[in-house]
Design a protein around this ligand. Sequence first.
Ligand code: RP5
Length: 149
Amino acid sequence: MAAPVVGIIMGSKSDDPTMQKAAAILGELKIEYDVTVCSAHRNPDRTAEYASTAEAEGRKVIIAGAGLAAALPGVLAAHTTLPIIGVPCASGALNGLDSLYSIVQMPPGVPVACVGIDNARNAAVLAAQILALSDEGVRERLKEYKANQ
Ligand code: RP5
């Protein structure tokens, strides 16, 4: 069975309250998604497998949230050419600045889109904008969403 077009993945269950904001927007825009908890550091093999199989499974965009030394979006990007949108999650002593820098400072040739700290909502809107390039229904719902905010 095909996977939903958007995969939301996060490094820990503790990121869920932040990442639910992305899920809510995708639901509002009637975009299919699923949610996975998988840490780049604690579950490295499963993370690589998730990214390596994502395109063949039918995914089109991945939204990846992580805190602290947030390797998850970058590790996913290392294993797929699908667009990855990283969400730096605020936690720990540096309150998300560490995650922001980890996600945004990718080496040349392996980009990851990065939204603001805890701004999972923008990650969902950006994912919708990517899908809207080839999906007229999403494009129309997105226009309405943006006009009404
Ligand atoms: C990161 O470490 C996770 O993304 C989370 O933001 C942070 C803390 O994880 P827990 O110790 O709460 O599981 O990998």
